[in-house]
Ligand binder design. Structure first.
Ligand code: SAM
Length: 206
């Protein structure tokens, strides 16, 4: 069964998108997009040959004609695409991949860590975050961002906690910070208490 995280990524894809899935791994997103005709075309790519082989086998099993590339980010991609999905990696890897002149106007990004750093750097390299969804799956919150080229001035709150307006997620962060506060030095306690003050404001707004 397709995961909620993959479905949420796919919810940002439109019919006229030619999607390059960077870091396709098993190719589950590509299969979901292709089998449900959710975009014009999809291209699978991965830096790891074992991961790409797994995707290719899955495409073959389903008789799906999906082009694929062994590539570090955009490096080896020599065909047209207008949308890139970069999901399931850390922020540093995502930023390394985006350091390319092939990076398209439309991006769908889901990082495993350092979301604040990601938001700040997306703005710095010329992307605005159009929308951010946060979903809960297997007891883990995932942020999925829809970005396009352009300027944006995020507030401090948005840089820190995103644009999702998901109060369950904010409450989860408050609780997590409360647990950490007990174990950290004073300066960190002050910082986390400040974050919780902002987060409470965000949950009360709703
Ligand atoms: C955890 S999997 C995520 C798979 C899928 N995108 C998802 O969100 O479920 C991360 C994949 O990214 C690939 N990857 C990591 N760095 C990459 C890079 N620089 N270029 C392309 N693929 C990369 C890995 O080989 C791995 O298959």
């Amino acid at each position: 069964m397709i995961s909620l995280r993959i479905k949420t990524i796919a919810s940002f894809i439109s019919n006229d998108d030619v999607v390059l899935d960077i870091g396709c791994d098993h190719g589950y997103l590509d299969i979901y997009l292709k089998e449900n005709n959710l975009c014009k075309d999809v291209i699978a790519s991965d830096i790891n040959s074992n991961a790409l082989s797994s995707a290719i086998n899955n495409f073959k099993k389903r008789k799906l004609d999906i082009k694929y590339y062994l590539s570090d980010g955009f490096d080896k991609i020599d065909i047209y695409f207008n949308t890139a999905v970069i999901a399931g990696m850390g922020t540093n890897t995502i930023l390394h991949i985006l350091n390319s002149d092939k990076s398209p106007n439309k991006l769908i990004i889901s990082s495993n860590n350092e979301l604040s750093k990601l938001r700040i750097n997306l703005n710095k390299i010329g992307y605005k975050i159009e929308e951010e969804k946060v979903i809960l799956e297997n007891k883990h919150y995932y942020s999925i961002m829809l970005c396009s080229k352009g300027k944006q001035k995020l507030s401090k709150k948005e840089k820190l906690f995103g644009l999702s307006n998901n109060s369950e997620y904010y409450n989860y962060l408050i609780k997590k910070n409360k647990d950490i506060i007990k174990k950290v030095p004073l300066l960190k306690k002050i910082k986390l208490n400040y974050y919780n003050y902002i987060l409470k404001g965000l949950t009360e707004k709703k």
